[in-house]
Design a protein around this ligand. Sequence first.
Ligand SMILES: [Zn+2]
Length: 161
Amino acid sequence: MRPRFVADSMLGRLARWLRAFGFDVHYDPAADDHEIVATARERDAIVLTRDTRFPDPPDVRIIFVNEDHVEEQLAQLVRDVPLDLGDARALTRCTVCNETLAPATRDEVWDRVPPFVYLTHETYARCVGCGRVYWEGTHAPRIRRTLARLAGDTGRTGRRA
Ligand SMILES: [Zn+2]
């Protein structure tokens, strides 16, 4: 089963990247430790935290993210969860609100995308939660490149020389 996560307030960037890979990440920067643990319990999710003093309840898995940069944090999750990036699905989840994306036609999104994008892209995805529209623009190739780099990187420590 694909792992689900709850990220603490320090890990917003990591949360967005995991969502960009299609993973379910609950992120509420206002939540305190107890709320984070309760959410993880409720969602059967793994807690990701930067806080070395985060509580360590017996029934919830806590991963302390010790890397500073987001790519290294992702590489750490590949090692420690372990996260199988073969399960990653680019452009299936909203990076802003974590809801899933549904396919949308050009005519459905014409008023939500820049004119150049409208003219050059036929297929889109729309968030079922917030309505944000995604397309295969500059973002998707970057996600796929990062994914490919991380997938080829799983045997290393994840730290760049
Ligand atoms: Zn959304």
